[in-house]
Design a protein around this ligand. Structure first.
Ligand code: TXA
Ligand code: MG
Length: 346
């Protein structure tokens, strides 16, 4: 079975670092979402992550470190942007894609000659990294294709019996995954929006490209994504998801109209609403993502709400769209993916 450690259990870090050193897999909280960790340099251990998640082998993992010095062993070249970015954003929700050293096995990088590296900003994650003295490969600790886990209960719902242990550190703060930026591309290229915003990166680096997958409104099967993970259907609950984008009051009107239509068809409707609009939706099940003026509140809630609606067995989830400024870009990227790019513009 899977051992569940409370974060205040004084043995948690020691026992879990031992499991990691012996080639096992352990889920742990970070400031973004829960990760499923294994020794990044041990092919057999990393293989167990892919197996537990049911993750496609060509989708590379993020390698977590506790100290900037570990970079030297993992990458062949440290471009100038690394110093700027790490000083400003590490520890934190930023992942850097760099050319990998030979010690990093191909299974960890999905066969790529680059490796994604992050120094997380969460005590449990940092303690585990320090105690184990290992670089830890850790994707989000969900079954592949499910919404990312923001609580230990989400991890257990997906992975109980498939992993050695989970450390329960309570709900994560940011709630969407880290920003991934490639420093192998010229100019640096945003591959996945996350906790560090595009605007913050641009302020620091000057020029930053955005990979076309980030803002995609239509899934293009043929487009070769720089970030292999972006091509997979992600974050999907079992229910059908529709995102309604546009001006706030028009969104509310459209959702009310759609709700009437779906109710007529005998469907069970859920609405993921912003606080500002939530009183409009009187006929459906409503869950509030948060205030439009507090994007961090919204990002911390979206994956949990998608899971909760699934448990209520709604047939369709209507989600309010937001602006893509700041953290809004990461939120909308996840919501559009969850909807399989079914978007209504009003
Ligand atoms: O916040 C996070 O980043 C969480 C926590 C646990 O740290 N981890 C996470 O990992 O979200 P995962 O595996 O769910 O997402 C990793 C993303 C994928 O989109 C993957 O394609 C991309 O990073 N990635 C990893 N290595 C890459 C590489 N060498 N080149 C381009 N993209 C890469
Ligand atoms: Mg993931």
């Amino acid at each position: 079975g899977t051992k569940i450690f409370k974060v205040n259990d004084s043995n948690a870090i020691l026992e879990c670092s031992n499991i990691l050193r012996e080639g096992g897999v352990v889920a742990f909280p970070t400031e973004t979402v829960y990760g499923l960790g294994a020794n990044a340099l041990d092919s057999k251990a990393v293989k167990r992550i892919f197996k537990a998640k049911g993750r496609p082998a060509d989708n590379p993992l993020i390698v977590h470190i506790a100290d900037l010095k570990q970079l030297n062993d993992l990458v062949t070249k440290i471009p100038k942007e690394v110093k700027l970015l790490s000083q400003k954003f590490w520890p934190g929700p930023l992942t850097l894609v760099l050319k990998k050293e030979d010690v990093v096995p191909e299974i960890t990088t999905g066969g790529l000659d680059t490796v994604a590296i992050r120094l997380p900003g969460h005590d449990v994650a940092l303690n585990l990294l320090q105690k184990s003295q290992l670089p830890i490969a850790a994707p989000s600790a969900n079954l592949s294709g499910r919404p990312s886990p923001t609580t230990a209960q989400h991890v257990i719902a997906d992975l109980a019996g498939r992993i050695e242990a989970v450390i329960d550190g309570g709900p994560t703060g940011i709630g969407v995954e880290s920003t991934v930026i490639s420093l192998v591309e010229e100019p640096p290229t945003l591959l996945r929006p996350g906790g560090i915003t595009y605007e913050e990166l641009k302020d620091l680096l000057g020029e930053v490209d955005i990979d076309s997958a980030v803002e995609a409104e239509i899934e293009d099967e043929n487009r070769l994504a720089l970030s292999p993970g972006m091509k997979y259907k992600h974050y999907s609950p079992d229910a059908e998801v529709l995102v309604i984008e546009g001006q706030r009051t028009k969104i509310a009107n459209e959702i009310m109209t759609l709700t009437d239509q779906y109710l007529e068809e005998g469907l069970n409707v859920g609405v993921m609403a912003t606080k500002e609009n939530s009183d409009s939706y009187t006929k459906s099940q409503v869950k509030v993502m948060g205030n439009r003026s507090n994007l961090m509140e919204i990002s911390s809630n979206i994956f949990r709400l998608l899971r909760e609606f699934d448990e209520m067995e709604v047939d369709i989830i209507l989600v309010e769209g937001l602006s893509t400024i700041g953290l809004g870009l990461a939120i909308m990227n996840r919501l559009r993916k969850a909807a399989g790019y079914q978007i209504i513009n009003v």
